[in-house]
Design a protein around this ligand. Structure first.
Ligand SMILES: NC(=O)c1ccc[n+]([C@@H]2O[C@H](COP(=O)([O-])OP(=O)(O)OC[C@H]3O[C@@H](n4cnc5c(N)ncnc54)[C@H](O)[C@@H]3O)[C@@H](O)[C@H]2O)c1
Length: 251
């Protein structure tokens, strides 16, 4: 069953794009949701949208690069909703540069937000998943193949994919499944920001994004549906997997 009745979930990067769509979908499927985002007011806004629909949610300002913030997000889930079953590690950033343009500080920030965040979130979330649970990490098609002008991002997302497998092995016996969802180009504020970083006209960038068998970019809702599957008991025998959701792009 792809429902999340009586489950408690944390969604990082939940204020926008894929995270927002997933937080809303999780809540509609019965989960209580902690919306964690560095954009605290955006997180609260999504939580308010959920409660306006009759769901249960709370927004928490969280910089996933900070261990203290990650610990607080987990504490909020346990103290507000009584436990934790689902963790969607989704917050991410991209810098569209080659190695020639990126500084060590910018590289470290991409790695801290995209990869080290999973260490901190899991370190605090796994002990709280006393009834077992499901962790979904957002990788990318560019974690499974290379891409141009995105060297730090490609490195970080490949790390997410393989860290997911290692986590799956380590925590299977505790009843915790860990999988990655790997979107292709998805129409979110991040994708539009990439066009800006590359000084590319959005129409040109969007046409390039559509250059895949299905002839279009994905929507946040389409990625959210795949995350829901992995998060739910419908995926009870799925762990360590890298699920690609990209309109056939990698095919
Ligand atoms: N949009 C795409 O085409 C695409 C493709 C593949 C993978 N992804 C991945 O999907 C995930 C979500 O991206 P999106 O496209 O929805 O982008 P988005 O920019 O719409 O949303 C990302 C969210 O993460 C939050 N965030 C950024 N830094 C944070 C931090 N340090 N702590 C907490 N929150 C932080 C932002 O405030 C924002 O709300 C990312 O991991 C991204 O790499 C996106």
């Amino acid at each position: 069953m792809t429902t999340l009745t009586d489950k408690v979930a944390i969604v990082t990067g939940g204020a926008s794009g894929i995270g927002r769509a997933t937080a809303l979908l999780f809540a509609r499927q019965g989960a209580a949701v902690v919306v964690a985002d560095i954009d605290g007011s955006g997180a609260s806004k999504v939580a308010e949208e959920i409660t306006a629909e009759g769901g249960r949610a709370v927004g928490v300002e969280t910089d996933v690069a900070s261990e203290a913030d990650c610990a607080r997000a987990v504490r909020t889930a346990v103290e507000t909703f009584g436990g934790l079953h689902v963790l969607f590690n989704n917050a991410g950033i991209i810098r569209r540069t080659t190695v020639l343009e990126i500084s060590g500080e910018e590289w470290d920030r991409v790695m801290a937000v995209n990869v080290r965040s999973i260490l901190f979130m899991c370190k605090h979330a796994i002990p709280a998943m006393t009834e077992g649970g499901s962790i979904v990490n957002t990788g990318s098609g560019w974690g499974l193949k290379g891409g141009g002008n995105a060297v730090s991002y490609c490195a970080s997302k490949a790390a997410v994919v393989n860290m997911t497998r290692a986590l799956a092995i380590d925590h299977a016996k505790a009843g915790i499944r860990v999988n990655s969802v790997n979107p292709g180009d998805t129409d979110t504020p991040m994708l539009r920001d990439e066009a800006r970083q590359l000084s590319e006209d959005w129409a040109v960038f969007a046409a390039d994004s559509a250059d895949r068998p299905m002839g279009r970019a994905g929507t946040p809702d389409e990625i959210a549906q795949a995350v829901l599957f992995l998060a739910s008991d419908a995926a009870s025998y799925v762990t360590g997997a890298a699920l690609v959701v990209d309109g056939g792009g990698l095919a």
